[in-house]
Design a protein around this ligand. Structure first.
Ligand code: GAL
Length: 803
């Protein structure tokens, strides 16, 4: 009896300790200690190659952003006149001897472009697509317990190859993954929720198991669903068999009672934890994100999430991170998404290609509805050397890999198979659309297939005629929307791209000075001599609309699921309609440095539940100049404007107005707006005429960062007068010095025609402001940023803790 008890106790102890074992899979950050050199070095694949004159760097890395703007650059205007070319990366590393029986692979989240990876002199393969995540099994080529050489050739030489800035190099993260020979395959899980409600939900999990052993195996497959407090809410275990050297799909079905639903306001996440046991040994563990939500597109009522009618308040984003170039960094992405969330956006369109893992993960965590997009071109080119050249050989695999990587993200609610694809205008579009939709459906039937179309004349649109789209995305032409319910009867419709209005932060032209975009693409643009565009929402592309024109249309049409504004942020490249030196776009609601333009507050007043009162422009004008003052506001009946204490009258939005305005004769002093509801003050906003520059104001977005070599802090630099008022036209050159645990990795003032390097230690203020980006250098020392301008104004200092 006692013996039996001891045995039971021991068994429990054993199984507790076995099942408590959490990690079998080893996932290592593989970004550090790479050597890099621009140019072509085929011999670098060999172990004895000498890299003493190569740079040592930490990935992710983008060499284009380090280069100078050049009017004659092969990348041309579309890519912001930055260099491209070829480059090699190389890393020598040791693999532990005790990994001998493991399967070891390398994962690249994105290499732009035409990468070829070599391990110990052998090519593992090449991949043209610069946005796709890729990986290789290294096992058979590795020297265990010894030195290994990995070399990556990157060829971004054939230009132009994009309509926007791409960056060049290994610009996303790299990982080394080691698992036992019996393991979950690459992107080997697919979780769906065939039934979801607040009472109970069903979970359907497919797990692809790879057996790299030369013998068949028996194993236990354990699924555990944990909530965001890490508490298990469901589990299932099965005993399985798999043949030698093979891959098999296993299915687990589970239920969860009263799941918390994922929504854009409360993006509650669960995790699926998959464990593989051989006898009682844990041989692999794998995590998959899970969110319980259901959504529907309706041809009359638009979009709903969890049964709640929800307009898609979306923005299109390109992948660059401003001054960091294409370098992906989760902190940069979080900052971008935070700004969008605070504006009230609830959706992101991944224009026009697969984005990073961090982007997908943060959209899950922060609550964005994602339109995930695969391509900007198919077989027919947009520019000479774009993806059309790789279409035949690669589109199938690229599309499959894209879906497999992203289909577990609860944020993803639409698959876009292409943006403004040329084939919509000819009959070849029919077959290709059907082929692509079929590939998507073979991997995921839970989200609609869409495409961003420009042509709304049915006879002329062959992508539409294919009948293979579940959701019609239309770009621009907002005046036509009203006819869609009859023209596309029964179809679900979304404004996949809209607006393309232009603004420069803090620059204001008055109505008689507003320069409109020429009515033809490429026509000379008689714009402002300093390549600015007025920040009043009045300048638009000839195919687009002002923000207000577009939003009024979308807002009033219930069948329209919502829209994605072109764009949330300015991006490098596509500075149309200006020529050089303009090098980044004007379309953003927020500038390239991450500083909001005024129209940000129009969206905030419409899209968010924040109470808003914003007035523009600034208050430094010539005496007696007539100035148009605009106010964006909400949650109030009226706004009263005062100049130096004197009322200029009360105004209220009429009908579908999105702003109110006054014509004011300038006199220096204080312009104050007061919003009221039922006679009670809701908000007050003041702007004052700034006096002389007296101080450089430094504001860090956070007080501390980690010493992990990745964490970032963004510091906004402003020139202010003695009372702290922003000098709204200051353009001084500020010099920076960073010491301690950080290094300066980027500067930017958001000015679209600024040709100073994003990597300089100085930056000119633009309309009073610029931004400095500091990255942890690994030292656990507090950071100090010094900002200096001439001798008249004292040096400013800011400290950031490092822990
Ligand atoms: C759209 C296109 C975008 C961007 C935009 C600029 O037609 O889809 O990628 O080029 O125009 O207005």
């Amino acid at each position: 009896m006692i013996l039996k008890k001891i045995i039971i106790a021991l068994t429990i102890l054993f199984s507790v300790s076995v099942f408590a074992q959490k990690q079998a899979r080893i996932v290592e950050d593989f970004n550090k200690n790479w050597n890099f050199k621009l140019g072509d070095y085929p011999e670098a694949i060999n172990a004895n190659f000498n890299t003493s004159d190569w740079r040592t760097l930490q990935l992710p890395h983008d060499w284009s952003i380090e280069g100078a703007f050049d009017k004659d650059s092969k990348t041309k205007q579309a890519q912001g006149f930055l260099p491209a070319g070829k480059g090699w990366y190389r890393k020598v590393f040791t693999i532990p001897a005790n990994w001998k029986n493991k399967t070891v692979s390398i994962e690249f989240d994105g290499v732009f472009k035409n990468s070829e990876v070599f391990i110990n002199g052998k090519s593992l393969g090449m991949r043209p697509n610069g946005y796709i995540s890729l990986g290789y099994d290294l096992t058979q080529y590795l020297n265990f317990g010894k030195s290994n050489t990995i070399a990556v050739k990157v060829d971004n030489d054939a230009q132009p190859n994009s309509r926007w800035y791409t960056g060049s190099g290994i610009y996303r993260n790299v990982r080394l993954v080691a698992s036992e020979k019996l393991h979950v395959g690459k992107w080997g899980t697919f979780v769906t929720t065939p039934e979801v409600s607040a009472e109970k939900s069903k979970i359907h999990l497919e797990v692809t198991i790879d057996n790299d052993n030369a013998v068949a195996k028996e194993f236990k497959l354990v699924t555990s669903i944990v909530n965001s407090e890490n508490k298990e809410v469901a589990n299932f275990t099965s005993t399985e068999k798999i043949g030698a050297k093979t891959s098999e799909k296993k299915i687990h079905d589970l239920k969860v009672k009263q799941p918390k639903l994922w929504s854009t306001e409360n993006p509650y996440l669960y995790k699926v934890i998959t464990k593989v046991y051989e006898k009682s040994k844990l041989v692999d563990n794998y995590e998959t994100p899970l969110g319980f939500r259901y959504f529907n597109f309706d041809s009359e009522k638009g979009f709903s999430l969890n049964g709640v009618p929800t307009k898609i308040y979306g923005v299109c984003l390109h992948h660059d991170n401003g001054a960091l170039g294409a370098v992906e960094n989760i902190h940069a992405v979080r900052r971008k998404l935070t700004l969008m969330k605070e504006m009230g956006a609830n959706a992101i369109r991944m224009s026009h290609n697969p984005h990073s893992l961090e982007m997908m993960q943060l959209c899950d965590e922060m609550g964005f509805i994602v339109q995930d997009e695969a391509f900007d071109v198919w077989k027919k080119k947009k520019v000479t050397n774009d993806y059309h050249k790789d279409w035949d050989a690669w589109h199938k695999q690229d599309l499959e890999d894209f879906i497999k990587r992203d289909r577990n993200h609860p944020s993803v609610m639409m698959w876009s198979i292409g943006n403004e694809i040329r084939e919509q205008f000819d009959s070849t579009g029919i077959a290709i659309t059907r082929e692509l939709a079929k590939i998507v459906k073979s991997l995921d039937v839970t989200r609609p297939v869409t495409s961003a179309l420009t042509e709304n004349v049915i006879e002329k649109n062959f992508i539409y005629q294919s009948g293979a789209l579940d959701l019609l995305g239309f770009n621009y032409k907002h005046e036509d929307y009203k006819d869609f319910p009859t023209k596309f009867k029964g179809q679900k419709i979304l404004a996949s791209e809209s607006v393309s209005a232009l603004e420069t932060r803090g620059h204001y032209d008055f109505p008689d000075g507003i320069k409109a975009w020429p009515t033809k693409h490429g026509a000379p643009f008689d714009g402002n001599a300093d390549w600015t565009v007025s920040a009043y929402d009045q300048v638009k592309s000839y195919w687009g609309a002002t923000h207000e024109e577009n939003w009024k249309t979308i807002k009033s049409q219930d069948f329209m699921a919502g829209t994605f504004i072109w764009t949330g942020f300015d991006y490098i490249g596509e500075p149309d309609p200006y020529p050089f030196p303009a090098r980044s776009s004007y379309f953003g609601i927020v500038d390239l440095a991450g500083l909001p333009k005024d129209v940000y507050y129009m969206y905030q007043s419409e899209w968010s539940n924040k109470t808003v009162l914003h007035i523009l422009p600034h208050w430094n004008w010539k005496k007696d100049q007539e100035v148009e003052v605009w106010a964006y506001y909400n949650n109030a009946d009226e706004v009263e404007l005062f100049l130096n204490g004197k009322s200029l009258g009360k105004k209220a939005k009429q009908n579908d107005d999105l702003h109110i305005s006054w014509l004011v004769k300038f006199e220096p002093g204080t312009l104050k707006a007061v919003s009221r509801k039922n006679g009670k003050i809701v908000l007050e906003k003041e702007i004052r005429t700034a006096g002389e520059a007296s101080k450089i104001d430094l504001k860090a977005e956070k007080t501390s960062i980690k010493n992990d070599t990745y964490d970032l802090v963004y510091v906004t630099v402003s020139m202010v007068d003695k009372d702290g008022n922003l000098l709204p036209t200051a353009m001084d050159l500020i010099n920076f010095e960073v010491s301690g645990g950080g290094k300066l990795v980027g500067v930017d003032n958001g000015y679209q025609a600024n040709l100073e390097s994003f990597k300089a230690n100085s930056c000119k203020l633009f309309n009073g402001k610029c931004v400095v980006i500091i990255q942890s250098n690994g030292k656990k020392e507090n950071i100090q940023l010094k900002a200096k301008v001439g001798n008249r104004i004292p040096i400013s200092l800011i400290k950031i803790n490092v822990n």
